[in-house]
Design a protein around this ligand. Sequence first.
Ligand code: NAP
Length: 259
Amino acid sequence: MDLGIWDKKAIVCAGSKGLGRGCAEALAEAGVEIVLNARSADVLEATAREIAGKYGVKVTPVAADITTEDGRKAVLAAGEGADILVNNAGGPPPGLWSDWNRDDFIKALDANMLAPIAMMQAVLPTMIDRGWGRIVNITSQSVKAPIAQLGLSNSARSGLTGFVAGTSRQVAGYGVTINNMLPGIHATDRAISLDSGVMKAEGISMEEAQARRAKTIPAGRYGTSTEFGSMCAFLCSQHAGFIVGQNISLDGGAANISV
Ligand code: NAP
């Protein structure tokens, strides 16, 4: 399918690996110019080179922490005039409800709520003036089906979801769509780190931890960054202009909810 966005420019935050990279690759495959962000310059630059080489599009790496104001300024400067924004950042650590103090919550809110909101506020005026824009936020299945040990993530991502629910409806009339993608378990470094925690806590092997988790997913497997990226590119396409303010689960059926 021709996504009709070959002349667009996208900012992809936290995109040197995992789900963000999957989104960047799928957009690049559709011909989109990419401004690619992550903190570690070496991995980021290697990813940017690979994507540019594979799809023949311009990929500009910006090594910066997206949860900081300076980091966002650097990304936005390189991504000036962006038509597409993919918001993403690392997820907060798991724990028990009593583990976290105010500073832990502020850190989680900065990364998974306030940073994406600041990025949206920065790019929306240009998108609105142009009459076209696409914003996708990577959140988590925990928004619809909270995960007990991910209290920080549940809290911060619910806040972002609330902001998007209202804002997406305020900007839809200008041709700008905002939607959230809710990953369930995908085979990325984040999943390896969650499975390592289970491995240590239960005294089992990595294979056993992964097999146990896969059994909780009706699809019987982890998702891939490639299929995640394909959905992202579709949401950013010309065909998705009527999809507004949605929370789209990509979880292999793991969250047993009907809407
Ligand atoms: P990942 O494989 O660990 O990749 C994270 C990417 O984000 C890396 O490129 C990393 O590069 C970059 N990054 C992290 N913190 C950043 C920051 N502050 N500023 C800029 N870049 C940053 O993670 P993932 O699995 O793709 O997960 C992406 C998001 O989806 C996370 O918020 C995660 O919690 C959420 N999620 C994932 C799953 C899953 O199963 N994978 C499920 C539910 C939710 P640097 O470290 O070099 O910055």
